[in-house]
Design a protein around this ligand. Structure first.
Ligand code: SAH
Ligand code: SF4
Ligand code: F3S
Length: 528
């Protein structure tokens, strides 16, 4: 009999952003450490967790409708009683917990409508999960674990379930930006950062598990380090952005320092790529732009930036409480492209924000032409309870919102077609993520089709006659074709030797002129 036959099983359903994905991974690791095993089949589980997202109404609906599906599992087979007749607190079947941003906002209100749920918990309660589950199993049900502790410092080591090439690393939590449309500051609380030395130790541990690429996570990583005493005594440069100084930062740690420390820590020699998400244009500083410099920047930093802009209209941005202007955003993008021409840019767009006119919308369309993103993530505005924007009239009709959404997505496809086509003929380094979903075999040649991402975060499908598993390998692929969403290529080198070859950034570094410098158009100072 396999040992797991006797072990209790858990099932986790995840909705939402990378932060929730990372949180699920943490839950999974904690429960596994406690002796449970994960199952992909909810009907086999004695514990079902829903890690929900509340960023838009649709996301909440998804979590709620999934909960409805789980309700039937709570009943014994053949149970013919009506819902009212059942004492849910004593019913058999799995323990069900509602978590994530949905759990955090709900705070237990849901027990009245859905008494088959045993507990709710927020992102801050994840580390207590094994204890919470134990309590629920012992009959201590209908509890809400959603308190934020404002005094608690933020310290957490990354937990990944198994050895792998890519990992998410939380470097901070919460958000203090309070964009008027956004629920996240309410679901994730106030900003708190880990320390640089803790993150370095953490990533050093991940190296032992075969990690080659990390994505540093935070709602606004530019705020990383705020309030952390700069114990290393590093003298921070004053952080400047397109609008002015970002601060107060003297004596605090900051994000560019973290990136540079990761680049130079010898324990992280095996780390090939650093990514991060997300940033806010308001405090996207010159110092961070310099980190992309091929000679004087952070060599491991992948040439990709996701910088949400939300709208191309200054009037709408002001109503969104974003505090940045389009002119500044464009200047930041131009500087980045000047310093790192191979950079891949992506953004988030909201259409149909209250009072958005056709003219405002066209400014968003024009911005896409101007910046030339590879990809955009576009959303129809959805009022979120308790946010400042929810008090404004939601006056762009649903049909109009959907039309604008379709128009902006269609427009981006024509732009993506061009930005992706520019990479045809180039040799790019790919971190292999899996076998391509649509066709795992090229039937004409009998070769396997693999998929992975470039440093600039573009998906590449490529064929290989290799029978070995290539997942987690960094390989050079020659790009042969492009579409508006992905690239196709051919594997160039023997995978046995591929990992000793130069990385994207090293190759650029070698070719860059030694005295490369760029001029900031706004502060009119030369930054080297
Ligand atoms: N911290 C991240 C955003 C997290 S939410 C950042 O600032 O980049 C991810 C995206 O969801 C946002 O960038 C925004 O485009 C979208 N979004 C947030 N609230 C929304 C709402 N109420 N309606 C529609 N889209 C929204
Ligand atoms: Fe939301 Fe704005 Fe914070 Fe992003 S920066 S999480 S959009 S409040
Ligand atoms: Fe959603 Fe929470 Fe992420 S609301 S987008 S899961 S931070």
């Amino acid at each position: 009999m396999a040992p797991e036959m006797n072990q209790k099983k858990f099932f986790i359903k995840t909705f939402g952003c990378q932060m929730n994905v990372a949180d699920t991974e943490r839950m999974s690791a904690l429960l596994s450490e406690g002796g449970m095993v994960e199952t992909q089949d909810a009907s086999q589980a004695s514990l079902i967790l829903i890690n929900g997202c509340s960023v838009r109404e649709k996301a909440v609906h998804k979590a709620v409708s999934f909960l409805g599906e789980m309700k039937v599992l709570k009943r014994e087979e053949g149970d013919t009683r009506t819902n009212n007749e059942i004492s849910w607190s004593k019913a058999g079947g799995p323990i069900i917990g509602l978590g994530g941003c949905v759990g955090q906002l709900d705070k237990g209100e849901i027990f009245k409508r859905a008494p088959y749920i045993d507990f709710v918990f927020g992102p801050d309660a994840i580390d207590q999960l094994p204890e919470i589950v134990h309590r629920a199993e012992s009959g201590d049900k209908y509890k809400s674990y959603t308190e934020f502790d404002p005094l608690m410092s933020y310290s957490t080591e990354t937990k990944i379930a198994s050895a792998k090439a890519q990992a998410f690393v939380n470097i901070m939590k919460g958000c203090d930006k309070y964009c008027t449309y956004c629920i996240v500051p309410f679901t994730r609380g106030k900003e708190k950062s880990r320390t640089i030395s803790e993150v370095l130790d953490d990533v050093a541990q991940l190296m032992k598990q075969g990690v080659k690429e990390v994505t540093l996570l935070g709602q606004n990583v530019n705020s990383f380090g705020k309030g952390n005493p700069n114990v290393a005594g590093l003298e921070p440069k004053e952080l400047n952005n397109a609008i002015g100084k970002v601060g107060p930062r003297a004596g605090d740690e900051n994000f560019p320092q973290l990136l540079r420390a990761m680049d130079s820590d010898p324990r992280l020699a095996g780390l090939k790529r650093i990514r991060f998400t997300s940033s806010h244009p308001l405090d996207f500083s010159d110092e961070l732009i310099e980190c992309y410099h091929p000679v004087t920047g952070v060599k491991k930093l992948a040439p990709h930036l996701h910088l949400p802009v939300q709208s191309g209209s200054d009037r709408v941005l002001q109503k969104m409480g974003r505090h940045h202007k389009i002119e500044n955003y464009i200047a930041q993008m131009d500087r980045l492209k000047a310093i790192r021409p191979d950079i891949g840019l992506t953004t988030d767009i909201i259409v149909g924000f209250p009072s958005e006119t056709e003219e405002d919308f066209m400014q968003t369309m024009n911005l896409l032409d101007r910046v030339q993103f590879d990809l955009i993530y576009a959303f129809a505005y959805s009022p979120r309870p308790g946010t400042r924007a929810s008090k404004l009239p939601d006056d762009v009709y649903k049909k109009e919102k959907n039309q604008r959404l379709n128009r902006v997505l269609a427009h981006q496809l024509t732009i993506g077609e061009k930005t992706f086509a520019r990479r045809v003929g180039k040799t790019l380094e790919i971190l292999v993520e899996g076998s391509a979903k649509t066709q795992s075999m090229d039937h004409a040649s009998g070769d396997s089709v693999w998929t992975g991402r470039t440093g600039c975060n573009v998906i590449v499908n490529f064929t290989s006659g290799e029978s070995r598993n290539l997942i987690g390998k960094l390989l050079n692929v020659k790009i042969t074709r492009s579409s508006s969403l992905s690239l196709t290529g051919e594997l160039l080198v023997d995978p046995n030797h591929a990992e000793s070859i130069a990385t994207d950034s090293e190759a650029i570094w070698r070719n860059a002129p030694k005295n490369f410098a760029y001029k900031s158009p706004i502060q009119s100072e030369v930054v080297v």
